[in-house]
Design a protein around this ligand. Structure first.
Ligand code: ASP
Length: 334
């Protein structure tokens, strides 16, 4: 008999209306699932639910909670055929990215899902998202960290929240869907290859001081100079197009050089949801390349942030981290 473990972290899916807006309530979701026959249908796998404490709006998720989720999976890894992580949508793509690095040699599905409308509402996407995620977790075909939402199964470290209010809230513009739920759930051949024969292992993350800078016209780089201390271990720069930045030699270069001299790893990503960075294609990106910035290619910002946390937590030095940032570790880069 197939059995799936649901790890409930919080998010809209289990929220109720309060005078201060939607918020999660202890015990509410499990009670609701137990009372609803659909979640006990014979076509679904059996499931157990582990509720984390405190339940969170995912805006409040940190590295600490990522470690807790990974540890809950590690404790129960041999007891279940797959895991469904119920999570708020706001930072689901960050958590999915982080778990994809943390859960090494994963041989079972770990499916993150949630909903845009709470399960307690008459019209809600929660039911289908959870039911389909349970089926995918029991199927066992997607042996990686995935995100299921609005009929699509996405690679976790390629997903990004695309809509603040639509029910197809996530996309992975640089990676084919892993599966689509039509009349049947159809898997694509974008799924990661052969199962690993190495033992499953969890890497815990540390709260490494990193930053994200989004470039915009008129950005005054000198404002960022004070944060470029040796405390700052990594920065993701979200650049225009294929890696381009304004400011050139006089404004940005001294700041980048200072950061790099401090050992800060600078990763260049693009603000465009689709496509990749090509450092040096334009004069406006050559300077980043010459200064020693890392090319993030088509890494999402979510995956770049998670990967920096992961690589620093593994204790590698800056040179090794630069090399690995440009190397595909678990499907995050094309
Ligand atoms: N603020 C909520 C959260 O991320 C949004 C959601 O779940 O859709 O927890």
């Amino acid at each position: 008999m197939k059995k799936v473990c649901i790890i409930y972290t919080g998010g809209t899916i289990g929220m109720v209306k309060t005078p201060k807006g939607y918020a999660p309530r202890r015990g509410y979701l499990e009670k609701k699932l137990n009372e609803t026959e659909d979640f006990h249908n014979e076509r679904l796998p059996e499931w157990d639910l582990v509720e984390l404490y405190p339940l969170l709006d995912s805006s409040n998720m940190t590295v600490r909670e990522w470690n807790v989720i990974a540890e809950e999976i590690e404790k129960r890894y041999d007891d279940y055929c797959g895991f469904v992580v119920l999570h708020g949508t706001d930072t689901m793509a960050y958590t999915a990215s982080a778990l994809s690095f943390m859960l090494e040699n994963l041989n079972k599905p770990v499916i993150l899902t949630g909903s845009q409308i709470p399960l307690c509402e008459i019209r809600s996407d929660a039911r289908d998202n959870l039911i389909e995620s349970l089926m995918i977790a029991a199927d066992g075909k997607a042996r990686e960290v995935c995100l299921y939402f609005g009929g699509k199964l996405l690679r976790g470290n390629r997903a990004t929240k695309y809509s603040a209010d639509g029910l197809e809230a996530f996309r992975s513009p640089n990676c084919l869907y892993l599966a689509e739920a039509g009349i049947e759930i159809k898997y694509s051949n974008a799924l990661l290859r052969a199962p690993s024969d190495k033992p499953f292992k969890v890497t815990r993350l540390s709260p490494i001081p990193i930053g994200v800078i989004k470039i915009f016209p008129g950005i005054q780089f000198e404002l960022f100079e004070p944060i470029m201390t040796d405390k700052l271990r990594g920065i993701v720069i979200e650049t225009f197009g294929a890696g381009n930045v304004p400011g050139g030699e006089n404004e940005l270069l001294p700041i980048i050089k200072k950061a790099i001299a401090n050992g800060t790893v600078i990763t260049v990503c693009t603000q465009c949801p689709n496509g990749r960075v090509t450092l040096g294609a334009y004069e406006t990106s050559m300077m980043l390349k010459d200064a020693g910035a890392v090319c993030g290619y088509d890494l999402t910002t979510e995956a770049a942030v998670a990967k920096l946390y992961y690589l620093f937590s593994r204790g590698y030095d800056s040179d090794k981290i630069k090399e690995l940032m440009e190397t595909d570790l678990c499907g995050e880069l094309t």
